[in-house]
Design a protein around this ligand. Structure first.
Ligand code: FE2
Length: 939
């Protein structure tokens, strides 16, 4: 009810609401309802509710009466009155009248419930809710400050509505979680809650899983957070969480536009300074952190990323430059920075694979190195290799007894004496056929159904010829002649027919490796060749190895050397073939780990993740589509830079190219990597393994019908593509929405020009103008993170665990290259010793076996593609239905793969002692199972 007022000049109006205000981070104010005496001085004017003290917890709108005292400056001017006499019209008086306004406003009481996940203690644990100061904060009911943000602007002023706030107090504890609650009175005209700002009043960060607001007319509103909330003492900026509803930028509710933009600015940072562990800044840098020249000049490595060594970018950590090499970043002895929400290890179970991998590298490997002091010591007998699976290796006593066993229960056994023993579990390949590795048909089969199905190519040109400079690398012509091939396939076809009928295939590691032969041969304990291996497609649809050519370029005053090896019917040539095969397998092993696995999945994906966080709001539907495919990848990649791909790390010390391993990765990126060919169909076409055929399933006709990786991969690819298509069509019914989506366009531009900056001028980058363009781009990213990675990752122990099947390094030259009389004599006398000497040393083999075991492992809380629906997807009926269909297709894929593996016609995946091809089966039990496709690259 208003008191009578006279004319009120707006400019002179002053309102005194009997309601205290506090300024939020955005400069707006909000009403509060009680005043705890323990509030700091600056908050003394605030009142905050907590449910325990609130008596009104109903949804009935409440009426709050407020008295408004208005001071109005009124100017009255006497006007002549024709009826009554008036005073002289010359006097102007100014009067101040104090009025009291009573505003009646209706509120509803809502309850906000916050779920905080208790962090897992353990080997890496150093964070989480701690006792002490934070307990007191909880006791005072002042744990988390919430501010509700209206999705709408004020209809009259066009400004943001006042936020409403409350302090959540600790309410109860349930399994692994703590629940915080608060009741907040929200004006009935507040509109939809679009976002919630959260301030963590504790001194420690907390992991906020979810906020649910109940009591609104529209029902419960969920905000999936799954995020670390920094302490306000570390960073006073409040965190913002939007609702689970997705919006294109142009459709953002008016009240959230500013917050959406500001949140992205926060995530981009300013590119300055060293990143702190609690920060969430996503930025780019080159790979200048692999070397450690300050420790030893021997550990200096070139910068990867730039003209000389093109390379995808990594996450910027901002550590200071090395003293010796200012282009390189100092190594850190602590856990490396990744944006806080990328470091999930605290909330994943103790068996989280990254954590286990960390344990292998920081606890087991040093122990092994102490147990096997001679780094060059090879295995003297094959039985000594077998003993790794039986007797095992006694490890020196660890600091605390039983720790290694607790960390690595599958690998480490504790003897009655208390000694730790490293004992490997026999890989499934070996269980089925102890001599699987020895057979040539298995060598051929593994190019189609093994760990690296990404290298085999159709031969389309003949004769084979190198593209390298003959002046440096010698004659480019291959030594593999028509006569040699026709002698092998004479019964079936001539060379011309074989090529025309697409019967000849190749593993080509010639031009990639040859330029590094001379450098690598200067390193201790390794050697290198360029290699070509040819296979013939038999009438049964299997690949028969025909020839191996090893090449050494001119070096050390010696001319080019090359030799062709063949399966033979005399003992000397059989053993030479086995040695040549060991070299090719080491090449394939290196290429697999460096290119098919690390470069094309882990490394190429990191810039997508950085760009997605910098350019797409969490409200963006494409952010929400991609997010599960990007989980854990930055953390595992940072761990890789720390201990796997670093100077003198596991890769360099275990693979043939040694310290040049990552340089080779860069060369392969420069020569071979194309985004458009990362799509499975395009990759198969590029390698001649398929041609487009609209009448064939998937629109492709495979060159080898029984190509298990491609057969299963295309089914998975199609399922992903359909899901992505349904999703994209829902949000982008029209091309114009793609073209005008400024976040999406900035995202794609940043991926092309910053994340993959060294490829920015390539003409093959897909355009992003239509929903179809977007579907192609997203399907490719999702495939790489899920199917591609699973195919090259989870079979690592099955195929590499018994290392004679895939030695990571071939340490000695073949005995026919410049043989000394003594070498040749030794080879003739005991060829097995020559092969064992060529294989990895004991320390190289066991270190790699331990790492491959962990890399092949699924943790109990692995997140398989299509298994669990994201909350945001579940809340959108069209998307929910599309996801259910996707899941149905994946379940059907499981059945199809089982059927195929049971089909005796498919000899590349079925047969006596043959390991079925299950790597693209979407689901799996925990452990080393050789199947299961996680959403993302998490190991
Ligand atoms: Fe991996």
């Amino acid at each position: 009810m208003l008191n009578p007022q006279v004319h009120q000049s707006k400019s002179a109006q002053t309102l005194f609401l009997h309601k205290p205000f506090i300024h939020g981070s955005a400069g707006s104010s909000f009403p509060v309802w009680s005043r705890p005496s323990f509030l700091p001085e600056k908050y003394r004017s605030i009142k905050a509710t907590s449910s325990s003290s609130s008596s009104d917890n109903s949804n009935t709108p409440t009426t709050t009466t407020k008295t408004t005292t208005t001071t109005t400056r009124i100017t009255t001017t006497a006007i002549p009155n024709p009826i009554t006499p008036t005073p002289p019209p010359t006097t102007t008086t100014t009067t101040t009248i104090v009025t009291t306004e009573v505003v009646t406003k209706k509120f509803i009481s809502v309850k906000a419930t916050l779920t905080v996940t208790l962090t897992v203690g353990g080997f890496l644990s150093n964070l989480g809710l701690n006792r002490g100061l934070d307990d007191i904060t909880d006791l005072l009911g002042q744990s988390l400050l919430l501010e509700l943000v209206s999705a709408e602007l004020h209809p009259e002023t066009g400004e943001e509505k006042e936020k409403v706030a409350g302090y959540a107090h600790r309410s109860r504890r349930q399994e692994g979680e703590i629940i915080y609650e608060t009741d907040i009175k929200v004006p009935v005209d507040f509109g939809e809650i679009g976002a919630i700002l959260v301030e963590n009043e504790h001194h420690k960060e907390m992991f906020l899983k979810e906020i649910v607001v109940d009591g609104l007319p529209c029902g419960s509103v969920h905000h999936s957070c799954n995020s670390w909330i920094h302490s306000k003492y570390d960073n006073p900026e409040k965190r913002v969480f939007f609702t689970n509803k997705s919006y294109l930028p142009s459709q953002t509710p008016s009240g959230l536009v500013r917050l959406r933009e500001e949140e992205l600015l926060t995530l981009r940072g300013n590119g300055q300074g060293e990143r702190k562990s609690f920060e969430r800044i996503y930025d780019y840098d080159v790979y200048n952190d692999l070397g450690d020249p300050d420790k030893n000049l021997r550990l200096q490595r070139p910068v990867l990323g730039g003209k000389e060594f093109p390379h995808p970018r990594r996450c910027r950590t901002g550590r200071p430059p090395c003293d010796i090499d200012p282009l390189s970043e100092k190594r850190s002895r602590k856990h490396w920075y990744v944006p806080r929400d990328e470091a999930f290890s605290e909330v994943k179970q103790l068996t989280f694979s990254a954590k286990t991998l960390y344990s292998v590298m920081h606890a087991l490997v040093p122990s092994l190195e102490m147990a096997i002091a001679d780094t060059n010591l090879g295995f003297k007998y094959f039985t000594a290799i077998d003993s790794l699976f039986h007797e095992g290796i006694h490890l020196p006593p660890f600091k605390e007894q039983g720790v290694l066993k607790a960390l690595l229960p599958r690998l480490v056994n504790v003897m009655a004496t208390g000694d730790d023993v490293l004992r490997f579990v026999p890989p499934e390949t070996m269980n089925r056929d102890k001599f699987f590795w020895f057979r040539d048909e298995e060598f051929g089969r593994q190019t189609l159904a093994g760990l690296n199905p990404y290298s085999i190519k159709l031969v389309t040109e003949w004769p084979l010829k190198s593209e390298l400079d003959p002046a440096i690398y010698g004659p480019p012509e291959s030594a593999i002649t028509n006569e040699i091939i026709e002698r092998e396939i004479g019964g079936f076809a001539t060379i011309t027919e074989a090529i025309r009928e697409k019967k000849l295939f190749i593993l080509d590691y010639h031009d990639l490796f040859l330029p590094y032969v001379s450098k690598v041969r200067k390193l201790e304990g390794t050697t290198l060749y360029g290699s070509r291996t040819l296979f013939f497609l038999t009438p049964e649809g299997t690949l028969r190895p025909l020839v191996i050519e090893l090449t050494r370029p001119p070096m050390d005053g010696k001319p080019q050397w090359k030799q062709v090896f063949q399966p033979a019917w005399n003992s000397t040539d059989v053993w030479l073939w086995r040695l040549a095969k060991a070299h090719v397998l080491a090449h394939d092993s290196g290429y697999h780990q460096l290119v098919s696995h690390w470069l094309r999945t882990h490394c190429a994906t990191e810039p997508y993740i950085i760009a997605t966080n910098r350019q797409l709001s969490v409200m963006h539907p494409i952010y929400r589509l991609l997010h599960p495919h990007f989980r854990y990848t930055m953390e595992i990649n940072s761990l890789a830079r720390d201990s796997l791909i670093n100077a003198d790390g596991i890769i360099e010390t275990s693979f043939s190219p040694g310290k040049y391993s990552l340089e080779l990765c860069s060369i392969a990126y420069g020569k071979e990597w194309r985004f458009d060919q990362e799509a499975l169909p395009a990759d198969l076409i590029r390698r001649g393994m398929a041609v487009e055929d609209p009448t064939a399933p998937h629109g492709l006709r495979l060159t080898i019908e029984d190509y298990p990786f491609a057969n299963d991969g295309l089914l998975l690819w199609d399922a992903i593509k359909q899901w992505v298509t349904d999703y994209v069509n829902h949000y982008y019914p029209d091309s114009i929405l793609v073209q005008t989506d400024e976040e999406l366009q900035a995202w794609w531009t940043e991926i092309k020009t910053v994340g993959h900056a060294d490829k920015k001028d390539e003409p093959w980058w897909p355009e992003l103008n239509t929903p179809e363009d977007l579907m192609g781009i997203i399907t490719t990213m999702v495939w790489v993170a899920s199917g591609h990675h699973a195919a090259v990752n989870f079979g690592q122990y099955a195929y590499g665990g018994y290392f004679p099947n895939r030695p990571t390094v071939a340490r000695t030259n073949v005995p026919t290259e410049d043989p000394s009389e003594e070498d040749w004599k030794n080879f003739i006398k005991k060829p097995e010793s020559a092969l064992l000497q060529c294989f990895p040393s004991q320390i190289q083999a066991t270190r790699i076996m331990a790492v491959l075991d962990i890399l092949s492992n699924h943790s109990p809380d692995e997140e398989y593609i299509g298994e669990k629906m994201e909350q945001a997807w579940a809340e959108e009926p069209v998307i929910k239905a599309a996801f259910e269909r996707f899941k149905g297709r994946l379940l059907a894929l499981e059945g199809s793969i089982d059927d195929r593996n049971a089909n005796s016609e498919l000899k590349n995946r079925h047969g006596a002692g043959v390991l079925p091809y299950e790597l693209l089966k979407p689901f799996s039990q925990p452990g080393v199972t050789g199947k299961g496709v996680p959403y993302s690259i998490s190991i």
